[in-house]
Each structure stands twice: as structure tokens, then as C-alpha cells.
Design a protein around this ligand. Structure first.
Ligand SMILES: [Zn+2]
Ligand SMILES: [Zn+2]
Length: 322
């Protein structure tokens, strides 16, 4: 899925985009009518309220705010990924209305309760990842690290430090090193027309601890390149595979990619929040747990609004040279 600010004065100049938007909206309406409502039934989410102000600076704490939005304290660097903080994602008309899929789980935190943010990470320009109203609500003092071409969408919102990374490029924000790498996905914001944007996965590293944030990806061997210095934790998108299997891996494929990275823990994202595809809302998590079998303890943060902290035993082992 894909959002863009709508300015009536641009209507005539952006006619192809408008046509594409109308086509997409019609498709979305059709899709919503096609998916039975019982597919949304799932277990109620219960978890302690999130208190990011209390997260220590000497550890890695991560919360799932829904869809691809993770809020982290990465050893003192405060990060949010692909922020979607409101009731809808899709085509935004000013800051008044967003036309597109509606959330099934309320946002666990309002923007005012996110606390300080050093870094906003944007993997790609699809509307469920580069959400303009959410970016508008975040502090403009944050550094934004984004995919190629994406600064043209982000900088006009008032961010003064927007850094585009090509695959293989690196930047540092408050001691956190961010390296961009690929994925098997795509970047066009207004399919089938309009501009093509980049798409990045990111490897984050600080204090000898490493995390993979995989961009929405279909099955690929690309992440096996991390196995020589495996991440502590990897976040993979596990939903939106039916019928989009050529752009989004299914849970069994995600488990295989995760194992290839040799990461210790898996954080599943991109499930249970916005209906973008035909599979039932909670099927991705159920299939992932089944795929993991006796190793299912490696899957952490199984609820939207859930929090996880890197175990102290891992921190000690790594401080001692692994
Ligand atoms: Zn995508
Ligand atoms: Zn997505």
C-alpha cells in the first residue's frame, strides 16, 4: 500500500496520479468488500501500558506500535521505524483525512507519548510505511534516514536533516550506525503510474549489538550475507502475502530467511494492523509460530503494543567477545 498530500492546485498537473489514486481507491473498496469480516477475529491484545520514558539507555528495548512501526531505545539512541500513528493509512488530504485501510488495533501510543526521537527510519515509500500525517506529527529535530528519492516527500514536511541511503551506504546518528541493504520488494508509490522510489532494509549497530530491519520482502537469500556477523535480533514483515507473494514473503519463507541471518531473535511486523491482503488478520502470526516449531521462543513481541528487551545474558556474552 501506499500517501501523498493532496493540493487542489496541482490537480491538473498531476492528472495521471489522480487517475491512479481513483483506481487504487476503487480497488481498495472492492477489496474491502471481498474479504469476510470474520477474518478479522482474533485474540484480544492485553499488555502493560507502554512507558518509553522508563526504558534504560544501557540496553535495547523495542515496542511494536503496529504494522511496521517499532519504537526503540537502542542503547541510548531513540528510534522509530516507518511510523503509522493514526487510524488510517493511504491517500492523505492535507492533515484532515486519510483515505485507505483502517486500523484494527488502536495505536498503543499517541505521538505526544513517544518521548524524544533521535532517528526516524523509512524503509520505502509505500503508503503503509511512508505515512505523511505521522511524519508531520513527529519532532522535526529528528534525523530521518530514508530510501533513495524519498527525501523529496519528507523534507517539505519541515525536517532539516534527511539522509537518503543507497544500498551499502552508511550513516551515524547519535552513535548508532545505520547501513542500508536490499530486499526483494519495490518502491513505486502510485502504481502503476508515478515515480519510482528506492527501498532499503537497514542494519543498525551500537555497543557491539546489531539489528536487522528488513524492508517488506518476498523470499530472497539476500539476508544470508549477515550470517558471518549475525544480528542479535531481526524484524521481518510477515503479512500481506495473499495474493502478493511475489512482493511479500509468507510466514514460512520469513522463518527461512530469519534462520539464514543466524539472528537470535525474530520480531514479526506488518501483520494484524491494517488489512492489505486476503489472509485472515492473525494467520501470519499463527503460521509463523507453527513454522518455528520447537524454536518458537525465538519469536518475540507477539502482540501489538508488546515490548521486548534484549536479555542481559546476551549483553554480557557480547561484551566478552561473543
Ligand atoms: Zn511495501
Ligand atoms: Zn508494507
Amino acid at each position: 500500500m501506499n500517501s501523498i498530500s493532496f493540493h487542489p492546485s496541482r490537480l491538473l498537473r498531476s492528472r495521471p496520479r489522480v487517475i491512479a489514486a481513483v483506481a487504487l481507491f476503487s480497488l481498495a473498496l472492492f477489496a474491502a468488500r471481498s474479504y469476510p469480516l470474520e477474518m478479522n477475529a482474533g485474540p484480544a491484545h492485553s499488555h502493560p501500558p507502554l512507558e518509553p520514558a522508563s526504558w534504560p539507555d544501557n540496553s535495547l528495548t523495542i515496542a511494536n506500535l503496529g504494522h511496521a512501526t517499532l519504537l526503540m531505545n537502542f542503547f541510548g539512541t531513540r528510534v522509530i521505524t516507518d511510523p503509522t500513528l493514526f487510524s488510517h493509512v493511504g491517500m492523505s488530504i492535507g492533515s484532515i483525512l486519510t483515505i485507505g485501510p483502517k486500523r484494527f488495533v488502536d495505536p498503543p501510543l499517541t505521538p505526544a507519548r513517544l518521548q524524544h526521537i533521535d532517528l526516524i527510519l523509512i524503509t520505502h515509500a509505500h503508503m503503509d510505511h511512508l505515512d505523511l500525517p505521522s511524519l508531520k506529527a513527529l519532532p522535526k529535530s529528528a534525523v530521518v534516514v530514508a530510501c533513495e528519492q524519498c527525501s523529496s516527500l519528507i523534507a517539505p514536511l519541515g525536517f532539516s536533516d534527511v539522509r537518503e541511503l543507497k544500498w551499502g551506504e552508511t550513516t551515524v546518528v547519535n552513535g548508532l550506525t545505520i547501513r542500508a541493504m536490499g530486499a526483494r520488494h519495490w518502491g513505486r508509490r502510485w502504481p502503476p503510474l508515478g515515480e519510482t522510489y528506492g527501498f532499503d532494509s537497514y542494519v543498525l549497530e551500537k555497543n557491539g549489538h546489531r539489528m536487522l530491519l528488513a524492508c517488506d520482502s518476498a523470499q530472497t537469500d539476500l539476508f544470508a550475507s549477515l550470517a558471518s556477523t549475525p544480528p542479535d535480533v531481526a524484524a521481518f514483515s510477515i503479512g500481506a502475502y495473499d495474493p502478493w507473494i511475489y512482493n511479500h514473503a509468507n510466514p514460512e519463507q520469513v522463518w527461512a530467511m530469519f534462520q539464514q541471518t543466524r539472528a537470535r531473535y525474530l520480531i514479526p511486523i506488518h501483520w494484524g494492523t491494517f488489512r492489505l491482503s486476503k489472509e485472515p488478520m492473525h494467520e501470519p502470526m499463527q503460521r509463523l509460530i507453527a513454522a518455528a516449531g520447537i524454536q518458537q521462543d525465538r519469536i518475540v513481541i507477539r502482540q501489538i503494543g508488546g515490548t521486548w528487551t534484549l536479555p542481559a545474558s546476551i549483553e554480557k556474552r557480547q561484551a566478552a567477545g561473543r
